[in-house]
Design a protein around this ligand. Structure first.
Ligand code: ZN
Length: 105
């Protein structure tokens, strides 16, 4: 896949969507339940650095970068799946995304 080039406007919009997704998911990884730390520009990424993951439609299948198709995800989980591993933890139904229903919180 070729590297995408984003305009300033697109980058700003993606940042807004990303922050909205992290807020919605209470800054908790939707896969392993770890509390996420903010991604600091230029700093090395820790395993619990906040990232967003394309779900339910993966990026490789053309999943859009929208709040509906993104979930909060830690760097470790994002990297793990990037290596071809499948998720071992079933994801909660999207309609029931809430802090109460995550037993790891
Ligand atoms: Zn995780």
């Amino acid at each position: 896949m070729s590297k995408q080039i984003f305009t300033y406007r697109e980058r700003r919009e993606r940042k807004r969507i990303r922050n909205a997704v992290l807020e919605r998911d209470c800054h908790i990884c939707r896969h392993c339940g770890i509390a996420l730390t903010p991604c600091v520009w230029g700093a090395p990424r820790a395993s619990n650095t906040a990232t967003v993951d394309h779900y339910p439609i993966p990026k490789s299948k053309g999943g859009p970068f929208t709040a509906e198709n993104l979930v909060a995800c830690c760097h470790a989980c994002n990297t793990a799946r990037g290596n071809g591993e499948s998720w071992s933890i079933p994801r909660p139904a999207r309609a029931s995304l809430s802090r109460q229903e995550n037993p790891n919180v």
